[in-house]
Ligand binder design. Structure first.
Ligand SMILES: [Zn+2]
Length: 223
């Protein structure tokens, strides 16, 4: 009997929500694994760790790699998934800081500060916002837009095969796939949401962010 092993790489953006001198906790989206779960059949973090290898590159090491002329392998470090929220498309990744090493083996001693999550913003308030993300080869990408209507995920995802059950902020902003998981900031530098999807139904000028109250609920036991 023949068997085929599929290997693929999916790149997403993550951001620090907690940490100390030894480890960091990165928040990102779960939909890179969404062929493996739906809300009524969630995947555990331990199963996910058996099925996929998670690696991260911090912003500083990427900057250093670019300053060095993009020579050699990008300095990825091993990390592990510690929680998955299959209902709200969220995933938490644990990184040991001693594992964040450049291509010469030197540990990154720069500050890896946690973001501040905004208090919930209610209503359909239009306000300026900024997505900071890292699609492939586009380090520190900044995209500006305006928050618009609040949506239920069922309004933008039909059929909702993963049975996601969350509130979203609609933003008039075009996005790329590697930006998934990226933080949406308000004018005060606080996170309003996390990128779930963009370009739905050929509407390439709108994107949808998991609202911040879901982020608060998910990370609370880990921060
Ligand atoms: Zn770093």
């Amino acid at each position: 009997m023949a068997s085929e092993v599929m290997e693929s790489t999916l790149i997403v953006t993550g951001f620090v929500v907690a940490g100390d001198n030894h480890r960091l906790r990165l928040l990102t989206c779960a939909h890179g694994l969404d062929h493996l779960f739906k809300r009524s059949h969630p995947i555990s973090f331990s199963t996910a760790n058996k099925l996929i290898a998670t690696t991260v590159c911090c912003d500083h090491l990427e900057h250093q790699y670019r300053q060095g002329g993009l020579i050699g392998e990008r300095p990825y470090s091993n990390a592990s998934i510690i929680a998955i929220d299959c209902a709200h498309d969220l995933m938490l990744v644990d990184v040991v800081i001693d594992n964040l090493r450049d291509m010469h083996g030197a540990i990154c001693h720069n500050s890896h500060r946690s973001v501040r999550l905004a208090r919930e913003v209610m209503g359909d308030k239009i306000s300026k916002c900024l997505l900071l993300s890292w699609p492939p080869q586009k380090h520190r990408k900044r995209t500006e837009g305006h928050t618009s209507t609040m949506r239920r995920v069922t309004e933008i995802s039909e059929p909702n095969l993963n049975e996601y059950n969350m509130d979203l902020v609609e933003v008039n902003m075009g996005v790329e796939s590697g930006s998934s998981g990226g933080p949406l900031f308000n004018g005060a530098g606080e996170v309003l949401g996390l990128l779930h999807a963009g370009g739905i139904f050929d509407d390439t000028d709108s994107s949808y962010f998991v609202r911040v109250h879901h982020l608060h609920n998910f990370v609370a036991p880990y921060v």
